[in-house]
Design a protein around this ligand. Sequence first.
Ligand code: C2O
Ligand code: CU
Length: 465
Amino acid sequence: MVRVSRRQILQSSLGAAALVISPRLSLAETAEGILELTAGPSRQALYGEAISDLWTYNGNAPGPEIRVRRGERVRVRLRNELEELTSIHWHGIRIDNAMDGVSGLTQDAVPPGGTFDYDFTVPDAGTYWYHAHNRSWNQVARGLYGPLIVEEDEPVFDREADLTLVLDDWRLNHDAVLDTKSFGALMDWSHGGRLGNWLTVNGASRPAFGLEAGKAHRLRLINAANARILAIDPNRFGARVIAYGGRALAAPERVAYAPLLIGPAQRVDLLVIPEAGQDFAIDEVFGGEAFPMADFVISGPGSEAVAEISLPQIALPEPLLEGAKTVRLHMTGGAMGGNFEIVYKGKRLSGQEFRDTGQVWAFNGIANLAEAPLLLARRGETVVIETVNDTAFPHAMHVHGHHFRILDRSGSSADDGNPWRDTFLVGPGQTTRIVFVADNPGKWLLHCHMLEHAAAGMNTWFQVS
Ligand code: C2O
Ligand code: CU
């Protein structure tokens, strides 16, 4: 259904998208080494000339690209010019707990007019992103996010051949501007989340990027959508995957089972070595129909052989399954979820209370943060989390502060090189086990990154002492 309306919007425009020239993201400006990120209202055309009212960092969605070298220090002053509380989370970074940006768990939310200084180092190279982490279902959907790129010690790609593509799925109304009336609709919260009807790349509709024939390019795709799982087929344009969730594979890999799904908050890095004259598009292909997101225009005659690319991998202590602490996370609720019981703030919900509280999903029967953590780990302990999806929807589960590996999916082992990750998709009826060494002290969130699901209950936490 969403497909149809997206298509309608597409068809109602004058032959669809105009070509934009290389909408590169701006590099973050720093004053005295501190980057100012001001969260505030701004205006931006998402579709044609229609101007949407957004909330953004420094006046644009996505916000400025923060690009640093591995091991560097990042200092950001968040200035809140919104009319509601906010904070920033650095998604996928193994960060000091106090800098994780989770309102109400790791810091107090920043009030309107207030500031907060973030100061942390980035231990691992890769493609990450930052986004608001207070009422995220509202703030991220309005544009409060941006890319955070951590380069390898020695750059592997030429700077101009290393491109960031932030993908977002917006819900536009009949005037082709951001539909703000439908924020918080229980229909979205209890189903697949807030799905949009228009896709942008770096805030633009179907932009075009210039690539050089015969040269190795890195395309860093970041799914910043609230709820939409994006599907692409890299085989269509001869691309190989070099990183999942920002973290490098041992060698570039062809996708064996296309399409490749990129869940909310997930990233995929692609290696493309274009052939002379072979312009291509990256299409979104969920449901089989191709929707072009971005065009790539190839220039130059190309050269002969390109050296094989290999990226340094993140070296972390491997988890030891023997003696690991195992917890089960049973996901229930939502539309078509059968019978379920939900305890919220210590009270069992019934009837109208689901509507009144907006709580319709649960982990182990509890909606939103239980008083006690899901799990209490000693520092250095190996943890296995077994996620059982007993709902009718897929979910994108995100672990804060740690990288994990997928142990198995419904009994079969991972087939994609199994790099470290921070977010995984779990389909309806599926069980996925992840494993990691709990070595980062503090209180960490574990939640569904379909932001309406998180708001409607799919949120818990664990503690590493
Ligand atoms: Cu990307 Cu808890 O968030
Ligand atoms: Cu979910």
